[in-house]
Design a protein. Structure first.
Length: 498
């Protein structure tokens, strides 16, 4: 008697007409998530005294920041701290609704069973969004009525002079309505379908959702700040607003190349930047050498210990690194105390503040902090080399040094070339944390790199437009260098790095 085997029929692919509501549903949820961090559509900015650069996320969770901006209004009795708490509560409810919608949007990429379960999240989320917006609107109406009846609009100026619904609230209300309508439409499509026994999702959607947090963080921290480039085209001072009255076009770009003092400063910081980046490129072989030597350690326990011990410094902030350096090399540090109390050679040399060989010192600190972390990619590369190559070389009589030189290093060279070209592409980006904490009046001229210069003139001196212009120029040059490095990679290796 032959066994009868049954195969599970593949789920029918949805028709093109059914996909449109799904994608519209997901896109509008994604748009709502992006609007959380986009300040021009912040529904929580119901008073003009609230910073125009504050986003919905900032308004919901930065109580101290909001109270500082409305300090005068609170002290003059135009509003109370309870008004601020009520506003923040409405913003938090709105954010919670967006989060529920995001969960449902992710679940809409699964099978029918997951879609059916997931549609309740955006349904509840859209209603929560509307509830949060209604809370913000009622709070706004209360504040508007109070300040207008008591002639306190100069202290707490409503965002709309006639008390009508602010445009930012309307934008989010329309978005919440679209999410609600699209959710109901998707529910109508998916509910009649027969559902599976368990929730599942296609592999491609799983991988995309795994990458989604990285994509969102990249958008928030890498692409959203590009919106700040608009300051380069205005004569902006801290506290001003951007308008046609202070629009100057490309005036700051012309100042960058025409002002002699600015050119001199740029030449100095570019020299420091290129020297530090050049030293980094020259010593870029250290992580690969460290990885090769670490792989040759016969004891796996000792190998793991060394790898862990050398990787830990990467997770120590530069502020703590400076604290360690201060405890060792300052006037009252360990070295001077040792020379004075143990060797009876009184000295008070401030090795830390001294500008002599400061670039070399920065290189050594950076190497100590990052060599273990940088070696991880090469350690992974060594693990990927075919072990049969080592066995064949041993049979042919090759010793450990010969196997390392003829197998390990050639196997890591492609990875090293990619990392080297990426370093060349980012030659103008040294970061600023290390140089900021080690900078002082004595070594500032020798240690100030381009990133630190942008910080100093922008945050330190309040020259926001000029610092933005320098940052834009640096970014454009970095893009050019990246594509140039990509061209070199294609020419030398026949492969692209981007």
């Amino acid at each position: 008697m032959q066994a009868v085997t049954t195969t599970k029929a593949a789920a029918p692919k949805p028709r093109y007409g059914e996909l449109i509501p799904y994608w519209f549903h997901r896109v509008i949820i994604l748009l709502a998530g992006m609007m959380v961090f986009f300040s021009p559509v912040n529904p929580g900015r119901i008073l003009k005294q609230i910073n125009e650069n504050a986003s919905l996320f900032t308004t919901a969770f930065s109580y101290d920041n909001i109270t500082t901006q409305l300090k005068t209004a609170i002290s003059r009795g135009a509003i109370t701290e309870d008004n601020i708490r009520a506003l923040m509560l409405g913003c938090i409810i709105l954010l919670a609704g967006i989060l529920l919608c995001a969960v449902g949007g992710c679940m809409s990429a699964g099978n029918v069973r997951m879609k059916k379960a997931g549609m309740w999240f955006p349904l509840a989320g859209s209603l929560a969004m509307l509830g949060g917006l209604y809370k913000i609107w009622t709070d706004y109406q209360g504040i508007y009525t109070f300040v207008t009846e008591n002639n306190k609009t100069s202290r707490a100026t409503p965002i709309t002079p006639d008390g009508s619904i602010p445009g930012n609230i309307l934008v989010f209300a329309v978005t919440a309505g679209l999410i609600l309508v699209s959710t109901l439409l998707v529910m109508i499509i998916v509910l009649p379908k027969e559902q599976e026994e368990k929730m599942e999702m296609e592999e491609k959607y799983k991988l995309f959702l795994m990458m989604l947090p990285v994509l969102l963080l990249t958008f928030v921290f890498a692409y959203l700040p590009i919106y700040g480039w608009r300051f380069a085209f205005f004569d902006y001072r801290i506290g001003d607003t951007l308008s046609s009255e202070n629009f100057v076009g490309f005036e700051w770009f012309r100042t960058l190349v025409s002002n002699e003092a600015t050119r001199s400063d740029l030449a100095r910081v570019l020299s420091n930047t290129l020297i530090m980046s050049g030293l980094g490129i020259i010593t870029s072989w250290l992580p690969i050498a460290f990885a090769v030597l670490l792989a040759e350690i016969p004891s796996s326990k000792f190998q793991r210990f060394v790898q862990t011990f050398t990787t830990i410094p990467n997770f120590i902030s530069w502020v703590l690194v400076y604290a360690i350096a201060y405890a060792i090399f300052s006037t009252d540090g360990f070295i001077n105390s040792f020379l004075t109390n143990v060797l009876n050679r009184p000295t008070s040399t401030d090795y830390l503040a001294n500008a002599d060989l400061i670039k070399l010192k920065m290189l050594l600190w950076g190497t100590w902090k990052g060599v273990g972390w940088s070696a991880i990619i090469y350690i992974a590369g060594i693990a990927g080399i075919d072990q049969q190559l080592y066995e064949a070389a041993s049979v042919d009589g090759a010793n450990r040094y010969q196997r390392m030189w003829h197998i390990t290093i050639p196997g890591l060279l492609p990875t090293y070339m990619v990392m080297l070209l990426m370093s060349i592409a980012g030659i103008l980006s040294n970061g600023m944390e290390q140089y900021l904490v080690f900078s002082n009046a004595i070594n500032k001229s020798a240690i100030e790199v381009l990133d630190l210069y942008v910080y100093n003139i922008g945050i330190g001196s309040g020259q926001i437009p000029m610092s933005t212009v320098v940052g834009i120029t640096k970014s454009l040059v970095g893009v050019i260098l990246l594509f140039g490095a990509n061209g070199i990679s294609k020419m030398l290796r026949g492969e692209s790095i981007i």
